[in-house]
Design a protein around this ligand. Structure first.
Ligand SMILES: NC(=O)C1=CN([C@@H]2O[C@H](COP(=O)(O)OP(=O)(O)OC[C@H]3O[C@@H](n4cnc5c(N)ncnc54)[C@H](OP(=O)(O)O)[C@@H]3O)[C@@H](O)[C@H]2O)C=CC1
Ligand SMILES: O=C[C@H](O)[C@@H](O)[C@@H](O)[C@H](O)C(=O)O
Length: 310
């Protein structure tokens, strides 16, 4: 199902699965990207914050040079990092330079906040007490206004957000001239975030699901219903966790720098109503018991409006 796509509110097709690159070591990610494109991936998810866009760009360049894919056949995503949310065009330009591209297909606000652009580090400025140096007076709607202007530059085909809760989307949408094409959020059976998914569906915002395996090391592989569904279909738990997003109508991002895993992660399967019920019942149970699992919540010290974190 490597070729399955969804439609964005811009009219663009977005692949159902993409390669993630967060924490992909510079020494490995070039090969990972080139291998992924050879295997059939057509979406690569990047970010300035990951500090590896140059190597990702080399992997893309390798695949272009070998005639594996053409630029227009790959959907490249990048994100404006928190120290650039008052300088979105500069943030985009820096990513493009590292990636060696003229445009990305989608540019996202990575997190809805501003970290001090004049702080003591380009990516993670800190206060003397060790906390992140955050400019709390910044309004995330102002970042979106800058993002809207990027469309006219041709440097990105679409704009969207990431890590936006329902509360933050409700603050943004009344002021948005352009409705975000995407909201990229952590999403898996242990964190269904249904209230965000439902709102996004209603507003025509496509969900990109991140950390579908539970992030580093795949802690969700042993979740009981995931194992049960995997046994029924004779596949690995990873295939169930990735395939879960297809019937939900979402794009899923799977990170790996291991060529064999990169290839196997493309083998999405069709989960039936019984499988989805089992996984949804698991989500409901965790919700009721207050045991939802959020694996990615950086120490910003900001209330982003997620109910499990408020
Ligand atoms: N917008 C945002 O704030 C965020 C965006 N993201 C995006 O989503 C992507 C995916 O999320 P991420 O948090 O990286 O985690 P994932 O849920 O994709 O899990 C990655 C981990 O699972 C391992 N793995 C991958 N495939 C398999 C497999 N078939 N069998 C066994 N282990 C496997 C990887 O190991 P190995 O690499 O060693 O093979 C790695 O340790 C990110 O890379 C990034 O692009 C992620 C977090 C936040
Ligand atoms: O995209 C992945 C994550 O959001 C990642 O960018 C953050 O968790 C970052 O490492 C941080 O510490 O703030």
């Amino acid at each position: 199902m490597a070729t399955k796509t969804f439609k964005l509110n811009t009219g663009q097709d977005i692949p159902a699965i993409g390669l993630g690159t967060w924490q992909s070591e510079p020494g490995k990610v070039r090969t990972a990207v080139a291998e992924a494109l050879k295997a059939g991936y057509r979406l690569i998810d990047c970010a300035y914050c990951y500090g590896n866009e140059e190597e990702v760009g080399q992997g893309l360049a390798d695949a272009f040079a070998e005639g594996v894919v053409k630029r227009e056949d790959v959907f490249v995503v990048s994100k404006v990092w928190a120290t650039y949310t008052t300088r979105c065009e500069l943030g985009l330009q820096k990513s493009l330079k590292s990636l060696g591209l003229d445009y990305v297909d989608l540019f996202l606000v990575h997190w809805p906040l501003l970290m001090n652009p004049e702080g003591n580090d380009d990516r993670f400025p800190k206060l003397p007490n060790g906390e992140r140096d955050i400019i709390r007076s910044h309004n995330h709607v102002d970042t979106w206004k800058q993002m809207e202007k990027l469309l006219a530059t041709g440097k990105t085909k679409a704009i969207g957000v990431s890590n936006y809760s329902k509360r933050y989307l409700e603050q943004l949408l009344p002021h948005a001239t352009v409705v975000p094409a995407v909201n990229q959020i952590e999403n898996h059976p242990a964190l269904p975030q249904q209230e965000i998914v439902d709102l996004c569906k209603e507003k025509g915002i496509h969900i990109m699901a991140y950390s579908p395996l539970g992030s580093t090391g795949g802690p969700l592989f042993t979740a009981e219903p995931v194992v049960k569904v995997a046994e029924k279909h004779g596949v690995k738990p990873s295939a169930v966790l990735l395939s879960y997003h297809l019937p939900r109508g979402s794009t899923v991002l799977a990170k790996s720098v291991t060529p064999e895993r990169i290839r196997e992660n493309l083998n999405l399967i069709e989960l039936d109503a019984e499988d989805m019920k089992l996984l949804n019942d698991y989500s409901d149970k965790l919700t009721k018991e207050g045991k939802l699992q959020r694996f990615v919540y950086p120490p910003f010290g900001v209330d982003f409006g997620f109910p499990d974190k408020s």
